[in-house]
Design a protein around this ligand. Structure first.
Ligand code: GLN
Length: 481
């Protein structure tokens, strides 16, 4: 069993065929935690080894995720297991209940290895805003892991688990997936319950998963998605499963927005030329599979980023008000710099006299962004876009310049403003650094996105290329760009 290559689907098959057991898989994951956790700063809390082995020994193999190891972003509340949100202010907080997603994963037989590092409260795109220090990129440890669900991505890439859970308010699942050669879904707003997850910006927060393959991602979503009486924004829409596995894309129309691509070039630093070449190649692959590429317009992309960075801090300033140091956690001085910055901006945007100029205007622009997507989806099945304008930057390169970090979100945040779905997929490499693309679909279109993603994945096989670390295997996928 090669844990770096092993998918959830293969592990379940291996259990069925009695090739190996959950104990073998959990032990291998723990070995990698021991080998790499210190160096890569991936998990903030690791569960007791004896407890994990005991759990693996008593797995009920009839369950859908029986014996599958998972790590949870540290803002998922876990009963009796420390939950920090990547923030020092609650570094000793131990919840007394499970988030709905955690409950569902436990009920389906998944084994929680530990809690993953992240940008504090989910504020960030690189992982460098964690109060516990940045997680390192699995493919080059001098580079960032992508955020905010940084540990959830790197733990999968480094064989510490078979999937990770994350949250995506403006790219936080797609970014670490792209930077670590993984599949990451930002589902439709309301697809997965937010109950028990530390809130960032409640009207944009979505819960999703980071996996090696599209098939694994669809499997996990089919378990975590659905109506939850504890989150009124969840919906009864049926969830995709199985039917998405086809090998061509005949009859599907995929949109490309010139505004979207042009804006990435204007970002500072602008869209990487090599990255442009990778995305062009990806488009050609989709065309080769039978999809028709069509131009669509998303005219309100330009103000979307600014709108996001007004509305999101506004919601953050409200949500972080509950950490007052009275009921739990330390005093408010313990907040890190980025959290303080967002609380200040949000409080300002919501204050009387400025509310109309900033928050209310932002809400109007949000409607325009949403309308752009609705109109575009009248003529296409999905929209193609890069995830980040460049591959993972070096640790420290942008961390002192918050605006530069915000600009890297140019391709991800409009999707959260619109509440639609997007699937991030591995699309190639620049040197040793992975590059991701995303396919954006209308609300509840996850099945269609998996369909396109699956065909693309089977054609390109980028997921087979593993990090170049001790114990891993060289790529079986086709060459470097
Ligand atoms: N990078 C974005 C931000 O810092 C998105 C974060 C997220 O999706 N949690 O707000």
């Amino acid at each position: 069993m090669d844990i770096f290559a092993l998918t959830i689907e293969q592990a379940l098959e291996g259990y069925r065929a009695k090739k190996f057991t959950a104990v073998d898989v959990v032990k291998t994951c723990l070995e990698n935690v021991r080998k790499y956790n210190k160096e890569y700063n991936v998990l903030l809390t690791v569960r007791d080894e004896d407890e994990l082995i005991k759990e693996a020994k008593s797995v009920d193999y009839s369950k859908p995720l029986a014996g599958i190891p998972v790590v949870l972003k540290d803002l998922f509340s876990t009963n009796l297991l420390r939950t920090t949100g990547g923030a020092k202010i609650i570094d000793t907080y131990v919840p007394r209940y499970d988030a709905t997603v955690v409950r569902k994963l436990k009920e389906s037989g998944a084994i929680i290895i530990g809690k993953a590092n992240e940008d504090a409260w989910g504020h960030g795109s690189s992982g460098e805003n964690s109060d516990f220090g940045p997680t390192r990129n699995a493919y080059n440890k001098n580079h960032v892991a992508g955020g905010s669900s940084s540990g959830s991505g790197v733990a999968v890439a480094l064989g510490m688990c078979l999937f990770g859970t994350g949250t995506d308010t403006g790219g936080s699942i797609r970014m670490p997936a792209a930077y670590n050669n993984l599949v990451g879904l930002k589902p439709t707003y309301g697809r997965v319950s937010r109950y028990g997850i530390l809130a960032m910006a409640s009207s944009l927060d979505t819960i999703g998963h980071v996996t090696k393959t599209v098939g694994d991602n669809a499997l996990v979503l089919s378990i975590t998605a659905g109506k939850d009486p504890l989150d009124a924004t969840t919906d009864t829409q049926p969830v995709a499963r199985a039917s998405f596995k086809r090998s061509d894309l005949k009859g599907l129309k995929i949109g490309v927005s010139p505004e979207y691509l042009a804006i990435g070039k204007q970002a500072t630093p602008g869209m990487d030329e090599k990255l442009e070449a990778v995305t062009e190649t990806a488009l050609k692959e989709l065309e080769k599979l039978g999809a028709t590429i069509v131009t669509v317009n998303l005219p309100n992309t330009q103000p979307a980023l600014a709108t996001y960075y007004v509305l999101v801090p506004s919601e953050i300033s409200s949500n972080l008000g509950r950490y007052d140091g009275v009921r739990f956690g330390h005093t408010r001085e313990t907040f890190g710099g980025e959290a303080k910055r967002r609380m200040m901006i949000g409080t300002y945007a919501l204050s009387s006299g400025y509310y109309d100029a900033y928050y209310k205007t932002g809400q109007k622009v949000r409607t325009l962004v949403r309308t752009d997507f609705t109109k575009a989806f009248e003529s296409v099945d999905a929209i193609f876009a890069p995830v980040s304008p460049y591959p993972a930057p070096k640790i420290g390169d942008f961390s002192q310049d918050p605006l530069a970090v915000y600009l890297s979100d140019i391709y991800t945040v409009p999707i959260n403003l619109a509440g639609v779905a997007a699937l991030g997929l591995p699309a190639g490499f620049i040197g040793d650094l992975p590059v991701g693309i995303q396919l954006i679909g209308p609300q509840w279109s996850e099945e269609r996105l998996y369909e396109i993603g699956f065909a693309y994945e089977q054609e390109t096989q980028w997921y087979k290329r593993k990090p170049n670390i001790e114990g891993s295997h060289p790529s079986e996928a086709h060459g470097y760009i």
